[in-house]
Design a protein around this ligand. Sequence first.
Ligand SMILES: [Zn+2]
Length: 130
Amino acid sequence: MIATIPYIENKFQEYNELIFDGKLPELPIKLSKAKTSLGQLAFKRRRTWYGRTVYSDFRLRVSTHFDLPENELEDIIIHEMIHYYIFVNRLKDKSAHGPLFRQMMKDTNIRYGRNISISRKQKELTTATQ
Ligand SMILES: [Zn+2]
């Protein structure tokens, strides 16, 4: 199936309640034509004068370039939600798909029978410096 905004919004709410305890703030959802990544979490990053990194303006983008089985599309949405959870809670990880991300992904796969994976394409987290 091809993603639509209402579909992604529904899934976001459903998995927010089911997996993330309803703790993820709503964010704008956009469709893209990206061929290199299925899902993207876009955000702005800036440093405060005292050196703290602040993330803001999160957007979830899902590509409509691919016609995927529904469970794969769901896994992509959850994958991006794990990134979002790590940012929102200011958790530290060594890299975008570091040990914390991998642990959360593994736990979610086991607990909810998912098949979330790490994309081979690394262009997935997009930052725009403010
Ligand atoms: Zn990722």
